[in-house]
Design a protein around this ligand. Structure first.
Ligand SMILES: [Zn+2]
Length: 140
């Protein structure tokens, strides 16, 4: 998975999560994380870094537009399980000329700012702390 795709997926998840938390559909980050199988520290972090302003919606009088937004946010977050299950292949070049078919790694919570999914499997450096670049930094 390309870093920018992983980042885009992560930011879609973050946006949907914050929307549902702000509108108080989910009261706590932990509730939302558990419901959608997201890492709890990640959702807590998203919430902490936001303005944490709750704008509870009146559940008895939700407009069509708002109902749609809420449904959409649920769909985005439900997509995480699918994204997890059907992760792209690593694709690293193997010595036998074939490409690695392992799924790319899911980053640990502290790595999600670089995207939830790595671009390689764990064997091929998907969980490396540094982003692999074509050009290597000289000062290290
Ligand atoms: Zn691999």
């Amino acid at each position: 998975m390309k870093p920018e795709e992983s980042k885009a997926l992560t930011s879609r998840l973050e946006k949907a999560a914050l929307f549902l938390l702000k509108s108080d559909v989910f009261r706590k980050p932990d509730d939302l994380a558990r419901r959608f199988g997201l890492p709890v520290p990640v959702v807590r972090y998203w919430w902490r870094e936001s303005d944490q302003e709750k704008k509870p919606i009146d559940q008895s009088a939700v407009s069509m537009k708002l109902a749609k937004q809420i449904r959409r946010a649920h769909q985005v977050l439900e997509g995480w399980e699918k994204a997890k299950r059907y992760r792209p292949e690593c694709g690293a070049q193997l010595t036998n000329g074939k490409r690695c078919k392992n799924s790319v790694a899911i980053r640990p919570p502290e790595g999600w700012d670089r995207g939830c999914l790595a671009d390689r499997c764990r064997v091929h450096g998907g969980l490396a702390r540094r982003i692999r670049k074509k050009k290597i930094d000289q000062d290290e």
